[in-house]
Design a protein around this ligand. Structure first.
Ligand code: GDP
Ligand code: MN
Length: 422
């Protein structure tokens, strides 16, 4: 499920938001190349990781075990006690409907369900991990989430007594059933405000105290835990009256990675292959879906380059900031990544020499072209410090596959035209 749809009062998390987030990371570069560039992308947790994350903040979750084989599933069920729920762990919602959540009363049933669910394709995600947890007796299913409302510059909390189903469906069919609050991060969520919120959502009055306590913990998990999204659907009331998280959807803000031990979450991420390859090379890269490959030095220039490509009637295939050091090795790495993207029909290298001088950039590009066999035609715009010298170095190498243009707009127009021709 998408975390927040536009009709819920917030912008969807677009590529652009991701790019904007990427930006502060590379601002302090000034010719400095960080040793290890962590990924731009947010870290999506599997349900069981989300539950472990919640548990650290005192949110009640069911005891369970992550497993990867049928035998382990049976052993886990024996350890936690029957009945258990066998749950597919994939980065996709709607697992229940897809047959990825099954109740099992004994070892034979665990064996059967685990066997069926391992390998199951859920919205294009193949199930490799199962979570075996003690089954809960449910009396009510609610929905709650915290996420960032970028346009309001506040945290958005959504709470509904119509949980268990897709929240988008509730938003369309019964929007009044979702109680929303916008929380100023400076004020935080006070108990009094939280109580009003719970009352506004018309939950069963007998669970008000329990719901308030859990929601305050969830807010703390969301803020102190550096999450972009913390969603529980369903948030259940058990037959014993206790409020409990039966599902967990958590996205962590990668910019806060240095504050946490998130390596284990990183291991289960499903990422854009192009981004993986670029990040392994230490490049600031975000994959997009156009046809003009973009290489620029500096995040600001890279962003402007995307704008100019759009302005010229084209679509960028990526954002790629090579940072301050436009030497041959870095340039070759960047060209390699872009060359491996089958959607790329032309490449726009947009360099503004600052500390890095134009002739070094030009040598870097020529050197890179000797290292990598590039299929798509390249358009270069080289400006800034010693640009004249740089262009002179490029001049003997120019051809219809290596074009130089004096301005950004002319270069963009040429790159877009070449992309359309190819
Ligand atoms: P999703 O379909 O991917 O959102 O997976 P969920 O974890 O939300 O599970 C889907 C549905 O399965 C829930 O809304 C519940 O109705 C049901 N379910 C999951 N765990 C249990 C459980 O422990 N006991 C019972 N009775 N139902 C469960
Ligand atoms: Mn769910």
């Amino acid at each position: 499920m998408a975390p927040v749809s536009p009709d819920l009062g917030s912008k969807p998390i677009t590529e652009w938001a991701r790019l904007c987030e990427a930006r502060p990371m590379s601002l302090p570069s000034f010719g400095y190349q960080p040793q290890r560039v962590t990924t731009f992308s947010a870290v999506d947790l599997l349900e069981y990781q989300g539950k472990q994350f919640f548990a650290q903040f005192g949110i009640p979750v069911s005891d369970g075990r992550p497993v990867t084989t049928v035998d382990e599933a049976v052993a886990a069920a024996e350890a936690v006690g029957y009945p258990v729920v066998v749950k597919a762990q994939v980065h996709a919602g709607g697992r229940g409907k897809a047959g990825g959540v099954k109740l099992a009363n004994n070892a034979d049933e665990v064996r059967e369900h685990a066997g069926n669910i391992l390998g199951l394709d859920i919205s294009g995600h193949i199930t490799r991990i199962l979570w075996i947890e003690i089954a809960s007796d449910i009396s009510e299913e609610y929905y709650v989430s915290f996420t960032l409302d970028r346009s309001a510059k506040k945290h958005l909390g959504m709470l509904s007594k119509e949980g268990g189903v897709e929240i988008e469906q509730v938003a369309v069919e019964n929007p009044d059933a979702i109680a929303k609050i916008w929380i100023d991060p400076v004020d935080g969520l006070t108990e009094a405000v939280c109580r009003e919120w719970v009352l506004a959502a018309n939950l069963n009055p007998s669970v008000t105290d329990g719901a308030v306590a859990l929601l305050l913990k969830l807010y703390t998990a969301y803020t102190d835990g550096d999450a972009d999204l913390a969603e529980i659907n369903p948030l259940i009331v058990k037959t014993d009256g206790k409020v409990h998280a039966l599902d967990a959807k958590v996205t962590l803000d990668n910019n806060a990675q240095y504050r946490h031990e998130w390596d284990e979450y990183e291991a289960t991420q499903v990422r854009d292959e192009r981004e993986e390859a670029a990040h392994a090379k230490g490049l600031q890269y975000v994959g997009l879906d156009g046809t003009v490959g973009v290489i620029a030095n500096g995040a600001g220039l890279a962003m402007s380059t995307l704008d100019v490509v759009n302005q010229a009637g084209g679509k960028p295939a990526n954002f790629l900031d090579i940072g301050g050091g436009a030497n041959a090795e870095v340039m070759a790495g960047a060209l390699q990544v872009i060359n491996d993207d089958p959607n790329v029909k032309s490449i726009f290298i947009n360099i503004f020499g600052g500390i890095t001088r134009g002739e070094e950039v030009a040598k870097g590009i020529i050197g890179a072209l000797e290292m990598v066999d590039i299929e798509a035609p390249i358009v270069i715009r080289l400006d800034g410090t010693n640009a004249e010298e740089g262009r002179a170095i490029l001049a003997p190498h120019l051809s219809d596959k290596l074009v130089s243009k004096p301005t950004m707009l002319e270069a963009a127009a040429a790159a877009v035209e070449l992309a359309k021709k190819n």
